[in-house]
Design a protein around this ligand. Structure first.
Ligand code: PMV
Length: 308
């Protein structure tokens, strides 16, 4: 018996941080980067082999992936199976590497144990809590369902569809995104200024609502402006860094329609909305400005704009 599953990376388009305060956010799967999990019978005992780090986890390990599997089997005694995991997603860069590995494992066992997507998503959310404390749930949702999502905590999620294909470049600063620290920073700003910070969060909410409409209507230049404005709000929350600002600025100077930091901030990555003809010049400008890696991803639209 060999079974296989795959789970993509993810990127937050807009609304990060505000989503922690029950505002909406939009995230998209990044299918160019992914995790593959394979299930085989094992000779001796249960194991998860993390091929990237050459780690082997067994049922006695206190590890979020082991807790995830034990929760799915509803038992601490696990069957004699081997799950091998390999991922192309860089670790700690805000692309959801941990959530993607957990999702690939959960999607694989979901086939064996007959869980539906909602149940699998819940299991992965619990695993995320072991990693991140109090995540909003946006990462596991976009990765498990592998669809762009308009997400609001404790509310039914909504999938979104783009009118025309959107192209994004994601630039990695090479500095790990300390998401927990960034969330704590915003919390302390919020506690210290119960008027100003909620106003910033309300403006982000407004931008996310407008972004949702522009994605669906295919107004790329308006969407770009919204993303850049969202970067301004995140700057006000002290989440940007000189390199993130520099990457946003050079992207805009080289023709990107909009750009912003993405995810926790204070490192990690940024995203730029680009037109196909600008991809190479913006990518080069990002690398020249100090990006460690640049990834191109697409959000496929309803309209086939490649019919030429
Ligand atoms: O750093 P990332 O890409 O995992 O994103 C974190 C997003 C936050 O809104 C800052 C936190 C959360 O749990 O939603």
């Amino acid at each position: 018996m060999i079974m296989q599953s795959s789970a993509p990376a993810k990127i937050i388009l807009c609304g990060e941080h505000a989503v922690v305060y029950d505002s909406p956010a939009i995230a998209i799967p990044v299918s160019e980067l992914k995790t593959i999990a394979k299930l085989e019978e094992a000779d001796d005992h249960f194991k998860i082999i993390l091929e990237n780090t050459q780690e082997t986890l067994t049922e006695s390990d206190r590890h979020p992936f082991i807790y995830l599997v034990q929760e799915m089997y509803n038992s601490s005694r696990l069957p004699k199976i081997q799950i091998s995991v390999v991922s192309t997603i860089p670790i700690s860069s805000g692309l959801g590497s941990g959530a993607s590995v957990a999702s690939a494992i959960a999607l694989l066992l979901g086939q064996v144990l007959c869980f539906d997507y909602a149940q699998i998503n819940e299991f992965v959310f619990h695993a995320e809590k072991h990693f991140h404390g109090q995540p909003s749930g946006i990462d596991n949702t976009v990765i498990v369902y592998q669809k762009p999502v308009y997400f609001r905590r404790n509310q039914p999620m909504t999938f979104i569809e783009a009118h025309t294909t959107l192209h994004f470049l994601i630039a990695d600063t090479g500095t790990p995104a300390p998401t927990k620290q960034a969330v704590a920073l915003v919390r302390s700003l919020y506690e210290a200024d119960r008027v100003g910070v909620p106003q910033i969060l309300a403006r982000i909410t407004d931008l996310v609502e407008r972004a949702r409409i522009q994605i669906s209507d295919g107004n790329l230049s308006e969407l770009g402006e919204i993303l850049t404005e969202n970067h301004g709000q995140l700057q006000q929350l002290s989440l940007s860094t000189p390199l993130l600002d520099q990457l946003v600025n050079v992207s805009l100077e080289h023709g990107a329609l909009g750009a912003k930091l993405s995810g926790g901030g204070m490192g990690g990555n940024m995203i730029a909305l680009v037109q196909p003809q600008e991809i190479e010049s913006v990518r080069k400008a990002m690398l020249d400005a100090g990006a460690k890696n640049v990834y191109h991803t697409k959000l496929e639209g309803r309209i086939n704009d490649y019919a030429h």
